[in-house]
Design a binder for this molecule. Sequence first.
Ligand code: DAH
Length: 385
Amino acid sequence: MYTVPKLEDYSEAELDRVFAELSREMYRDLAGCNSEADVEAFRVKWLGRKNGILVQISDSWIKGAPKSARREVGVRFNGLREQIEEYAVGSLAIAKGEKTVQLGTATRVLGDIRQRETDAKLASDRLDITLPGIQRPIGVKHPVLRVMDEIVAVFKAMGYSIGDGPEVETDYYNFESLNFPPNHPARDTQDTLFIAGQEQKPVRDRLLLRTHTSPVQIRTMEKQPPPVRIVIPGKVHRNDPLDATHSPVFHQVEGLAVDTNITFCDLKGTLDHAMKALFGSSVKTRFYPSFFPFTEPSADMQVSCIFCAGKGCRKCKFSGWIELLGCGMVDPNVFEFVKHNGYDSSKVSGFAFGMGVERIAILKYEVEEIQLFYEGDVRFLEQFA
Ligand code: DAH
């Protein structure tokens, strides 16, 4: 709060001096205005109705002046007031969005204020565009996803469509409709992770983490009458402890072909072609008797060892063959569950297969430990860039 001094000496020389002083101070204040808040402080200080400097001069200097000097004080007071009005009031009015007579001056003053604000902002936001940029390495497809896509592409080229299904699955789709009857020991071959708190539901409705992608076979046949040719890539879960080749979460690609007159020859030809596409044309396949509840007959397909070309090495345990996937002809009992949708086992037949993606990736890239796929260590992953 600025208070004007008491005036004792009303000589013209002293009046000139004090008013000149005030005028300089006013211009200094105006020049220091850098924001609308500053302009408001200026207004209060000089024009404030209660205690602004003009009011103080009027109350103190004019009213306290001897009669003979009153005119001289008044003239100088008016001069100061005009200066303030010309330079400042206009800018205040503009700042508040009003039109004013001293438009030119006011606009200039306000323009200066705005310019100073812009300059300050530009100075603080300075950007050196000559600095080298921050290089963000471009990511690549994860090797598991890459192999999965590669497998899918091989079948896509043979006219297969691509499907998917839920990872949280019901007992019905994961087991029952795939010909695993309740309490059948075949269920024990798939260490299942069950969702808790399902005991009050009928067994077939209980939820679990799917142990294989095979349930999507049934889901596909429910939605689509034959013929079907489909591959289903996806994530599956098993209650398996982690070791060099097992992980509780892994990926599979399922395949299903149903049509009239599909035979085991079609199965063999299709998978043999797929393995040659994935591992190179010199790879051989063979089919070894096996058991899955949802195929009859069932087979394990083996490929000639890709490390020793079948001669026998440590990787193939000196057998020359590596077991790669499960397959077989769709069991008529499975078709029973989707008979209503055109799957009459006296009219159609089909084959199915399921393969582990990590297993194939491990062979293709000679990865020593399955964990490497999930640890996210860039030193490992960048080898696939
Ligand atoms: N679902 C089987 C598993 O996870 C793999 C499998 C075997 C899938 C035979 C099939 C099949 O479609 O026909 O072990």
